[in-house]
Design a binder for this molecule. Structure first.
Ligand SMILES: CC(C)(COP(=O)(O)OP(=O)(O)OC[C@H]1O[C@@H](n2cnc3c(N)ncnc32)[C@H](O)[C@@H]1OP(=O)(O)O)[C@@H](O)C(=O)NCCC(=O)NCCS
Length: 180
């Protein structure tokens, strides 16, 4: 257990999830215990007697971006605007792609974007980026977004996942090969 987060249990980096499904994005068992797999990221849900308690851990790696949405980032209902989350995810993915390409990149496609849970003003959002594929000129990046709710409970929720494709471009804005 981790101090300050009574419901959080950290797993050592690279420890298997025991499901035999390592590499699947979401591995799940129908035993009252769920396991999601996003690389090293593990989220565990435990069904206790008479209650449901969700225990989730942040990935061990550093997030590419951490940001707190403000009231100006909300929609007309007061929750955080999905387009704002998309733009932050695009920024996080572009950082990862640009590091890999060692140069300028342009977003060419968003191949998936899933909002699992709402995001609230004051949440602490962490954007994690993983290289999914490196092509001749393109870099595909998986993004996972987690929130730590701003209510002091330390509750961590996986809110969004996305996959974006970036192209390494030169000063002429035309594609150029991603270096080895
Ligand atoms: C990015 C851009 C330079 C690519 O030019 P292009 O002529 O389409 O380039 P190509 O057809 O050679 O494709 C380049 C790479 O992108 C990939 N790609 C192109 N369209 C794609 C799509 N819809 N989905 C996934 N990958 C795609 C190709 O597979 C190729 O990857 P590879 O070299 O690793 O095999 C051009 O599309 C562009 O300028 N787009 C606008 C970018 C921009 O302004 N983004 C910000 C949005 S506001």
């Amino acid at each position: 257990m981790e101090a300050g987060h009574p419901h959080l249990a950290r797993r050592p980096r690279n420890q298997g999830n025991g499901s035999g499904l390592a590499g699947n994005r979401f591995a799940e068992r129908a035993t009252g215990r769920k396991q999601y797999d996003f690389g090293d990221y593990r989220a565990l849900s435990f069904l206790a007697i008479g209650e449901t308690m969700t225990t989730i851990t942040l990935p061990e790696e550093d997030p590419m971006l951490r940001v707190v949405p403000l009231p100006a980032d909300a929609n007309m209902y007061g929750d955080v605007f999905g387009g704002w989350i998309m733009s932050q995810a695009d920024i996080a993915g572009a950082i990862a792609a640009s590091r890999r390409a060692r140069g300028r990149v342009a977003t060419v496609a968003v191949t998936s974007f899933v909002f699992h849970e709402p995001v609230f003003v004051g949440d602490l959002l962490s954007f994690y980026a993983r290289l999914q594929r490196v092509g001749r000129t393109s870099v595909t990046v998986d993004i996972a977004v987690f929130t730590e709710r701003g209510n002091g409970t330390g509750e961590i929720i996986r809110v969004t996942e996305a996959t974006l494709v970036y192209v390494h471009i030169g000063p002429d804005r035309r594609p150029r090969p991603v270096p080895e």
